[in-house]
Design a protein around this ligand. Sequence first.
Ligand code: IMP
Ligand code: MG
Length: 428
Amino acid sequence: MNSVVVVGTQWGDEGKGKITDFLAKEADAVVRFQGGNNAGHTIVFDNKKYALHLIPSGIFRKDTVNVLANGMVINPKALMKELEMLNNGGITDFHLAISDRAHIVLPYHIQLDGLFEDLKSGSKKVGTTNKGIGPTYNDKSARIGIRVCDFIDLEVFEDKLNDNLNYYNKLFKLFGKPLIEASEVFNEYKEYSKQMKQYVEDTGLLLNTMLDEGKKVLFEGAQGALLCLDHGTYPFVTSSSPTAASVPLNTGISPKYINKILGVTKAYSTRVGSGHFVTEFENDVAKRIRDVGHEYGTTTGRPRRIGWIDTVVLRHTKRISGITGLSVMLLDVLTGIETLKMCVAYKLDGEIIDYIPASIKDFERCEPIYIELEGWTEDITQTTSFSDLPLNTQNYLNKVSELSNIELAIFSVGPDRTQTVVLKDMFN
Ligand code: IMP
Ligand code: MG
């Protein structure tokens, strides 16, 4: 069984892109299975920096098949921009496969995203990335979505687009939003449709065949498990499931193929958008982490909220996503901080609890219970093995692994591909 799923164990931005890019060298296929261009992965190599939002991180390796699976929502305009960026960077030799069952994000979804947020009162705003992701998934479950197979059939596309805009323009009129002209959207998007067509296929079929043949497939989660629509901190979540459990459904492969799951965590925590964040803090140390870790959103540029690592979150993520190996990222960002805190449990109304309450009202009252660990000052950015690390760094990693009850598989000491230390071969 040659598949590995890479999932975020926190609220996204854990460094999954870097890990996927790293593991991609062994993979025959890299697959995005949920979300859309709300995600943002930064990949650095040969002194060049690439920000990917839709395209899997395997795109830089010419022999890797890069799949946008059926569980995704794809903005064709954003996809074309990304392809152009790659083209400008000299990345022209690649294999891209787009599912005919994925859903298409159109301009009215983006306007709806803003409208739905506007209609919510202050503390209830989700703080979405405003990319139209939620409204596209709404259309999917309301059965009025436009799928890739419809989009590349211009007759079907035009027909469905007319129906949907007829409907949504009534809503826009009611709320005083600009109306969207179907013919204008059609004229612009038919060009994207023509360009996209060459990449479209039944990717479920493709992936099952590859797995049946013993090929290696890497599934790349976007966002993090705490943003899962079902198991995250609802309603401050995204509208898909970034967990390993969603992979079979969102790609069309058999569940029997999933058993190696790499959870990616930062050595601390971050969150963008709204929602309670138990270990959040704001002081000079948080500022330092934000600066050193470049903690600004890849998609929206928003400064990320900073917190200590939370092992209640890691244990929750391990349960819901079946994590079998842990990758600890951005360890170098903690260098020079005298005392490091690690959350081991929550206190809720005087009681110690070891889980994330479903009710956001209860979750908002949870306070962190910390242990403190001694930091380190040595430069660790050139480290190539666990035993090379300062003792306090080793202690920190061992404690994260012990408290999350997940074996340490990888740690990362800098943004470059080479600054990655592998302790456990995930594919074998
Ligand atoms: P949406 O996915 O744009 O609907 O946003 C819902 C929530 O998920 C917001 O809090 C976003 O900030 C957050 N979110 C969505 N995508 C990402 C991501 O890739 N990284 C981090 N947060 C994200
Ligand atoms: Mg990101």
